[in-house]
Ligand binder design. Sequence first.
Ligand code: TRP
Length: 337
Amino acid sequence: MKQKTILTGIRPTGNIHLGHYFGAVKTWKKLQDQDTPFYLEIADVQALTDNFHQPEKVRKNVRELTIDALACGIDPKKTNIFIQSMIPEIAELTVFYSNLVTIARLYRNPTVKAEMKQKKELFGEDGEGITYGFLGYPVSQAADITAFHGTHVPCGDDQIPLLEQCREIVRKFNNIYGNTLVEPEAILSENTRIKGLDGNEKMGKSLGNAIFLSDDEETVTKKIMGAVTDPEKLKKDDPANPDICMVYYYHKLVNQDYVDTVCSECKRGARGCVACKKELIASMLAFLKPIQEKRNYYLEHLEEVDEILKEGTENARKLAKETVQTIKEKMQIHYFE
Ligand code: TRP
C-alpha cells in the first residue's frame, strides 16, 4: 500500500471568494490537520491555457491567491504550497503522458467541453479555435498529481472527469512500462457549489455575484443589500420561504448558531428582509475580519509570502525530480548515470 498523499491545485486567476472558501478552502484546512503530506499547487501554467493573452493577470494572482489562502488559515508548516511553472518536471511528465491520451478522448472530456463553450471569445463558436494547450490541460493535470504521487485529490465535482483522465493515464502507463504510478481518488467537498448572491447555482467572479474575502465593509453591505430574497414577500411582515432566499442561504454559512431562529421568524413573517440583511452583514463582517487582518499582515510582509512559496516549491521539486527519474527509467530514456 502506497503512502497517502493529498494534492490539490487552484488556478491563479482571481482572489478567493466565499464560493472558494466554503467549497474548497474549508476542506483543505481540515485535511492539512491530518498527518498526511498535503500539496497545494498554484497552477499558473494551467491558468495560462485560457489566459495566455493575459500574463500579467496570472502573475499578479499567484501572490494574491497565496495571500488569500494563508489568510484563510492554510498553514505553510502543514501544507506545501508551490508554483507549477517552477517545477519543470511537471512539463516533462506532460510530454511523456501525451502519448497515452487520444485527441478524441480529450474532446470528449465533459469539463473541457463545458469550458470551451464558456470561452467562445477565445476558442470560437464551435471550438474550432481551441488550442493544443487548452485541450491538453487534463494531461498536464495528470502530471501535477502523479509528480507527487498524489493519492487523494480534494476537489469539486467538475474535476471528476479530469481525475478520471488521470486514472486512465496511470493505468496505461503502468500497463506499458510496468507498475509505477498510483490512481488518485477524489475527496469531494461537502459543499461543492456555493450559490451566488443573485441565486445563481454557482458563485463566480465572472458572474458578478460573489463576495470576496478582500471586500470591505461598504462593498459587503452593498452586495448583501442587493441579494435575492423571496420575490413573493412584499411587505415586512409577510411570511416567506427562506429556502429560496439567498440571505438565509448565507446566514446558514456564517451564522450557524442563529440560523434556526432566522428560519422560523422568516416563515412566520416575524422578520423583515432589511433587518435580516443587516444581521447578515454584521455576521459576514465578523466572519471576514480575522481573515482580512491576516491578509493585511501578509500584504505588509510580502517577503514572507515569497519565502513560503520558494520553500514550498523547492520541497515539492525534490519529489518531482525523483518521480521523473523513475519514470524515465521505466520508459527506457535514461542514458547516463
Ligand atoms: N483544474 C483545477 C481548477 O480548475 C486546478 C488544478 C490544477 C488542480 N492542477 C490540479 C486540481 C491538480 C486538482 C489537482 O480549479
